[in-house]
Write a protein that binds this ligand. Structure first.
Ligand SMILES: [Zn+2]
Length: 179
């Protein structure tokens, strides 16, 4: 994947004060990350660059929907993401991430590539528990067919753990080790 120019904040020629940028993160954006946890999504990122007396701070406000896998039924569903983050921008000899919340850019850089940060912020904003939300009656909206299969599978596993798997009993009879 080549470097994308779509997710950069140009800083050359900006005066002191606040400067706003807006980025749309769609399918193409998420697909551009290898082994991305998210394939589909629609997130808007509002970015404010605050520039004062040689200090630069990026303020991020992300809001949108992304598709995730349900922890219970494994179906895909859309979940809301929203977050606020900020990063301090410093100029230095070694561009790259120096510490949390700080971006180090080259002394002569005219722009800041925020693509990776935008992606990480979306991932951070994902809920820990990803489960289909219940309907207005409080009933599960998970894929019922899948839940049935998973429950049957779970029952099987429990049986096996308790040693009541019929195959296991048959084996014990054969070996005469049935104490
Ligand atoms: Zn589900």
């Amino acid at each position: 994947m080549g470097r994308s120019d779509s997710y950069v904040v140009r800083i050359s020629g900006l005066g002191e004060g606040e400067h706003g940028f807006s980025f749309d993160l769609g399918q193409k954006f998420f697909a551009s990350f290898d082994e991305s946890e998210i394939e589909h999504g629609k997130v808007n990122a509002r970015v404010i660059l605050e520039k004062r007396q040689g200090i630069m701070v990026l303020h991020f406000h992300l809001k949108g929907d992304v598709e995730v896998t349900c922890d219970r039924c494994l179906d895909l569903f859309m979940t809301k993401v929203q977050c606020d983050q900020q990063l301090i921008v410093k100029r230095g000899d070694i561009p790259g991430e120096a510490e949390d919340d700080v971006i180090v850019i080259g002394k002569e850089d005219h722009e800041i590539d925020i693509r990776q940060y935008l992606y990480e912020f979306v991932i951070l904003a994902l809920p820990c528990k990803r489960i289909h939300s219940p309907d207005k009656h409080g009933l599960s909206t998970c894929n019922p067919a899948m839940i049935e299969i998973l429950e049957a599978h779970q029952e099987n596993r429990n049986n096996r753990r308790e040693g009541t798997d019929p195959r296991w009993n048959a084996l014990k009879e054969i070996t005469g080790n049935n104490k």
